[in-house]
Design a protein around this ligand. Structure first.
Ligand code: NCD
Length: 304
C-alpha cells in the first residue's frame, strides 16, 4: 500500500506517468467515469481549504467513486481530544483512501503509519504540499512542454509556504534549473531546504528582495500569499503582508511567455488586472489540480 506524504515519494518516472495519465483524462474523461465505482475517498481536513478539498472530492466523483469526511477539526472528534492515529484507524474502516490536511507538520506521516489505507498529504503545516506540486508540475508541463532548462522565481512567503517547499524539492531533480528566491528578509526560504535540496542538487540559486530586478530572467513566476496563520504575532503579518503586489507595470520587462502561477488563495499578491493577461496561469492550475488528483487516486488505489 502506497501513501503520498512527500513529493520525493514519487520517482521522476512516476511523475511522468501521472502527467501522461492526467492528460489522457483531460482528453478522454468518459473512459474514467466508472474507474472507481464502489470506492470511497475520505477527506479529513483539520485546516481550511477550498481548492484542495473540493478538487479531491470532484476528482473522486468524476471517477465514479464516493466521498465522505469533514472540513474542520471542530466538527470531528479531534475537538474531544482524539489523536490523529485513532482518527485514521477509524476512517480506514470506512474509506479506501484518505486525503488529509493538518496544521501540524508530520501529522500525515504519522497517519500513514497507522492507517490501513493509502494516505495523501493534502498539506501539513508550513512543511509540504505534494499534490499542489503535482498540480504545478502538470501546469508547467502543459504551458512549457518541459521541466528542464527553466528559471523559476518564487516570490512572497518562502518561509512558511509549503507549496514552495514541495515544488522546489520536485523541480530540483530536473536539468539546468535556476531558482530565484524573492522574499522579505524575514520570510526567506528555510536554510534546511537550501542545504538539503538546492545545494545537494547543485541548483544555481539567488536570493533577493527585489522582484522587478529579476523579472526579465524568469520563465515562471510563482507568487504566494503571506501565511498569516503561521505567524506568531499579527503585527509582523501586517507589516509583511503586502511586500509584493504584482501589477501590470511590474510585468513591463517580463518575458512574453512568462508563466505566472499562484497556488491560491490570493489575498493581494496579484492585481486582478492581470487575470486576463495571457501569461496568468493560476486558474488553469485550479483545473489541472482536479485532473492530476484523479490520476493520483487511480495510482494509489491500483486501479488500471
Ligand atoms: C495553499 C496551501 O494550502 O498551502 N493553497 C492550496 O492548497 N492551493 C497555499 C496557501 O494557502 O497560501
Amino acid at each position: 500500500m502506497r501513501s503520498l506524504i512527500d513529493i520525493k515519494d514519487l520517482s521522476i518516472e512516476e511523475i511522468d506517468e501521472l502527467i501522461v495519465k492526467a492528460n489522457d483524462i483531460i482528453e478522454n474523461p468518459k473512459k474514467y467515469a466508472h474507474a472507481c465505482d464502489g470506492l470511497k475517498l475520505a477527506t479529513l481536513f483539520f485546516e481550511p481549504s477550498t481548492r484542495t478539498r473540493l478538487s479531491f472530492e470532484a476528482a473522486m466523483y468524476e471517477l465514479g467513486g464516493n466521498v465522505l469526511g469533514f472540513s474542520e477539526a471542530q466538527s470531528s472528534s479531534a475537538a474531544k481530544g482524539e489523536s490523529v492515529s485513532d482518527t485514521v484507524k477509524t476512517v480506514s474502516c470506512y474509506a479506501d483512501i484518505i486525503a488529509m490536511r493538518h496544521p501540524k507538520e508530520g501529522a500525515p506521516l504519522v497517519a500513514s503509519r497507522k492507517a490501513s489505507v493509502p494516505i495523501i498529504n493534502a498539506g501539513d503545516g508550513g512543511h509540504n504540499h505534494p499534490t499542489q506540486t503535482l498540480t504545478d508540475l502538470l501546469t508547467i508541463h502543459r504551458e512549457k512542454g518541459r521541466f528542464d532548462n527553466l528559471t523559476i522565481g518564487f516570490c512572497g512567503d518562502l518561509k512558511f509556504g509549503r507549496t514552495v517547499h514541495s515544488l522546489i524539492e520536485a523541480i530540483s531533480r530536473y536539468k539546468n534549473i535556476k531558482v530565484v528566491l524573492i522574499s522579505p528578509v524575514e520570510l526567506k526560504l528555510p536554510s534546511y531546504i537550501k542545504h538539503d535540496v538546492l545545494r545537494a542538487h547543485n541548483i544555481e540559486y539567488v536570493q533577493t528582495t527585489n522582484l522587478e530586478e529579476v523579472m526579465p530572467t524568469l520563465d515562471i513566476l510563482y507568487m504566494t500569499r503571506v501565511q498569516r496563520e503561521r505567524f506568531f504575532n499579527e503585527d509582523d503579518y501586517v507589516r509583511l503582508k503586502d511586500s509584493y503586489i504584482l501589477t501590470p507595470e511590474k510585468l513591463v520587462n517580463a518575458k512574453e511567455d512568462l508563466c505566472i502561477m499562484h497556488p491560491l488563495p490570493r489575498v493581494n499578491e496579484i492585481s486582478t488586472e492581470i487575470d486576463n493577461d495571457s501569461r496568468a496561469c493560476y486558474f488553469k492550475q485550479v483545473l489541472n489540480g482536479k485532473f492530476i488528483r484523479m490520476a493520483l487516486i487511480l495510482k494509489l488505489l491500483g486501479v488500471e
